[in-house]
Write a protein that binds this ligand. Sequence first.
Ligand code: FAQ
Length: 313
Amino acid sequence: MGTHNLEELFQQKIDKEVKIEPKDWMPEAYRKTNLRQISQHAHSEIVGMLPEGNWISRAPSLKRKAILIAKVQDEAGHGLYLYAAAETLGQSREQMINDLHSGKAKYSSIFNYPTLTWADMGAIGWLVDGAAIMNQVMLTRTSYGPYARAMVRICKEESFHQRQGFETLLVLSKGSKEQRAMCQDAINRWWWPALMMFGPRDSESTNSDMSMKWKIKRKTNDELRQQFVDMIAEQVKLLGMTLPDPALRWNEARKHYDFGEINWDEFWQVVKGNGPCNKQRLDARRKAWEEGAWVREAAQAHANKQRTRTKAA
Ligand code: FAQ
């Protein structure tokens, strides 16, 4: 059968909502787009452990520390499910990690911002995990089977993360004058970077058209961003705080919140590696990889020994 026919059959499967599985025929560009997105997503989960990891030793109570450790461990788990899903597309984990360390692969812009106060732990949970879920709920229905299945469990955990972030801020918002100021300051610093997580405007999004046709993405960057703004603009009222956007207001005709212009120059600078913490984040990941070499070697030696024993038995 010619490639043209195979492509037609492939699209018919997508249109009928049949999941694409690793051994099914797929256009090379579909494989590459999934590999790019899933591996970048995996890298985001792993690099995303760093800003919060920074606060584990400084959490204000044993309870908060236990919660934060559990959350950071969850993110590690998400990274591992996603690397496993990406490996089904024919690239080794080692290659993906090399691409992260060399700067070839991207990870979410959001993790290049510093965590300056305890309130940032709340703001990350509420806004960053909140933005992540908005995008990931759609991905539980993505067309590539292993990615969709990984997302189901991830979303359950992320929704807990978001609630814990909101609760952290709720406690601060009812606290002393200093705690309330710290809460507002964290919201001010994380709001715009959280909106950037959804990616460039639809008109600038190079991958969206094909990803929508192939149902890798089911909503566009702007649609998800708007959904997020509408949700957060209501939730912030419960905190008695504000969002740092004078243009934010309900638009009765559109039945959505209008909001101000994102600083796209800042977004692209961060994506290109010039954000406040890009260098620090990649240095930390490279160091962890080098220092973990002996663990990988020991695990490999153990696996080899087990294999020899099984063969001998
Ligand atoms: N940062 O054509 P589009 C989390 C790049 S997980 C950096 O619109 P696409 C959990 C994009 O790659 C957060 N780069 O791209 C957590 C492309 O460049 P390329 C991560 C970005 O793929 C919480 C170019 O711009 N979530 O937070 C960004 O169709 C707390 C043009 O863009 C996912 O990865 C960005 N924000 O749509 C962990 C979800 N946006 O690759 C720890 C899966 C765009 O062609 C603590 N990913 N770019 O060279 C997606 O849904 C999509 O990849 C989008 C971008 C929506 C992110």
